[in-house]
Design a protein around this ligand. Structure first.
Ligand code: 2Q2
Length: 322
């Protein structure tokens, strides 16, 4: 956790200052981890277009895919330092806002409908507030995500098959705990390093939704998608609070309008593309393996309960009951 409390200003930011009424152009730099063909990138491009239109060109958004501006954690730190303005982030933000862990608790959501109800409801609002305060960024819109699945070069059907299995997880403490409890040997690694890690045998596997498996070409170095569906989650597109608050009210409204439209566009892509991606991964030679999901859920449960603080557990129970 590299982020400290020293709130540096917006100096040196890609955003060229706060005088948004003077007709000056402001530029926001956005760094994220997927490739250019991924739904997050295409949606971000749509968002940039809409923002350009709705602000008469006064706010420009430059998008850098593939962790070109650094890992998810580095970019979050960069937003605070003012060297970058926007990113796409979810449960990694739990390192600054514990409530964000609830976005991706293993086996907490019963599926997409349950998830959507939570995001759109009171609990989602609570998590957004916590992110604003703890991370210093404002969620603009979100993407629903396909469930996370474990990839490997040997089929993994139950937790017993995880013995000695070295795997990568993102910078999310709960994921470390959950996979350790299930019997694997997890380690934190930046997304852009995972392909090489798999190729060189530093790790045996990783876990992600099908779209990111495709985005990072993991099919070239992994044979199996074990359908653990251990995490249903969503992810936010965020901008630094300072950058957002520096805009005039009109421009803020324009950004929010663009964000709502981008979100609808992203959902459409998610709904049309997810099954296609699964088929493309199969065509590329990946085998989808049915697993004992109950056994994984059971194995991870104690870690989930131990790892969550009392406050997080409260929110967790609200989610389960939603
Ligand atoms: O595996 C990853 O790196 C991505 O799926 C995401 O970054 C991950 O879900 C979280 O770190 C999101 O905050």
């Amino acid at each position: 956790n590299e982020k400290d409390a020293s709130g540096s200003g917006n100096e040196g930011s890609a955003g060229e200052g706060s005088s948004s009424d003077s007709g000056e152009t402001i530029t926001w730099k956005m760094g994220h981890l997927s490739n250019e063909d991924h739904q997050w990138h295409k949606t971000a491009e749509k968002f940039a277009e809409l923002v350009d239109e709705k602000t008469d060109g006064q706010l420009q958004i430059e998008i850098y895919p593939n962790e070109q501006l650094g890992s998810e954690t580095e970019v979050l730190n960069g937003i605070e330092a003012g060297t970058v303005d926007m990113t796409i982030s979810g449960e990694t933000m739990a390192n600054w806002a514990p409530e964000a862990a609830l976005m991706a608790v293993p086996y907490a959501f019963k599926g997409q409908d349950h998830l959507q109800k939570v995001v759109e409801g009171e609990i989602g609002g609570e998590i957004e507030d916590a992110i604003k305060e703890g991370v210093g960024v404002t969620p603009l819109y979100y993407h629903i995500r396909a469930p996370r699945n474990l990839t490997s070069n040997e089929p993994i059907k139950s937790p017993e098959d995880l013995e000695g299995f070295k795997m990568r997880v993102p910078n999310v403490p709960l994921f470390m705990d959950a996979w350790e409890a299930a019997g694997a040997r997890p380690q934190v690694m930046d997304f852009s390093e995972v392909f090489t890690g798999l190729q060189q045998g530093v790790i045996d596997g990783q876990e992600n939704p099908v779209d990111l498996i495709q985005s990072a070409s993991f099919n070239e170095v992994q044979d199996y998608v074990n359908v653990t569906e251990h995490v249903y989650s969503w992810i936010y597109v965020v901008v630094g609070n300072e950058q957002f608050n520096a805009l005039s009210e009109d421009m803020q409204a324009a950004v929010q309008e663009a964000a709502a439209e981008a979100q609808a566009y992203g959902l459409e892509l998610y709904e049309t593309e997810t099954a296609e991606i699964e088929q493309e991964l199969k065509d590329a030679g990946m085998e989808f393996v049915e697993v004992d999901q109950e056994a994984f859920a059971e194995a991870m449960k104690p870690a989930v309960e131990d790892s969550l603080t009392e406050k997080q557990l409260e929110l967790f129970n609200k989610i389960v009951e939603a």
